[in-house]
Design a binder for this molecule. Sequence first.
Ligand code: ADP
Ligand code: MG
Length: 278
Amino acid sequence: EKRKGKENIKVKKIEKPSVFPQPVQSFGELRERYNISNRLAENIHEQGYSVPTEVQLGSLPLLLQEPAKYLPGELCGDSSHVDLLTVAPTGSGKTLAFMIPLVRNIQAIRRAKSTSTKSTSAIILAPTKELVGQIVNEGRKLAKGTGVQITQVRKGMRLSEADSEVQDSDVDEGTSGPVSTVKSDILVSTPGLLQSIMENERAAENEHLVDVKFLVLDEADVLLDPLFRDQTLSIWNGLSNQELRVSLWSATMGSNIEELARSTINDRRVNLESKGSP
Ligand code: ADP
Ligand code: MG
């Protein structure tokens, strides 16, 4: 069956939320307010991050608060709306801003599930292999000891097997169960690579991504450029979870993301475009 393309996004204006979260002032405050695990907080501290950057101050509360009040099936008729759009210069700390909520949310999902099997909860797309590598590195430092697994998608990998890279000291919180049934919580990939894998596995009943609740488009302006656009939207269209939350991260507000940004739910935007790098 063919899914509706993102070109046909229907935008329905909905009321601004009555409660918009206050920006946080410190990582400590974040921890108190949003139920960040001790281990995640320690990892943030260990990385030498003491004060959130401006983009983190703005984005983290939006991503850490309870899910935005979606009206499933009413907003766009599918999962094509955007949860958050953040535009901020290179070097402003966007990676941490999307990674902290992913790790927190996935820890929560796994606690709630209480089964030994797990499935992929998040996909992060970035335009180059180098960026993908950097995101994986930063993510693993943050997720160390939380049990949250982050995997770089590689050529020839099967989604059903996207687990087995050894990650050090990744066992002291909540990991259990047979390794063969464990899939990575977070997949990080360039769009071309992941799309080709999804295409290949579609025939063999592509059920591996039904639990993906978070899609992060890093360098979204590039991912939505003609070069990557079809691949990016094809992956997005392949994610069927009704609660999918999509966030866009970019250094510039190009016309390509402006178009998608019109479907941003509740005007959830953080725009620091005009600010220089810190
Ligand atoms: P962007 O994706 O916005 O270009 P990065 O996420 O790559 O920026 O972060 C740029 C640099 O800033 C990285 O070296 C990162 O470790 C550092 N950084 C991020 N957040 C903080 C923080 N709160 N305090 C200090 N340094 C930070
Ligand atoms: Mg970046």
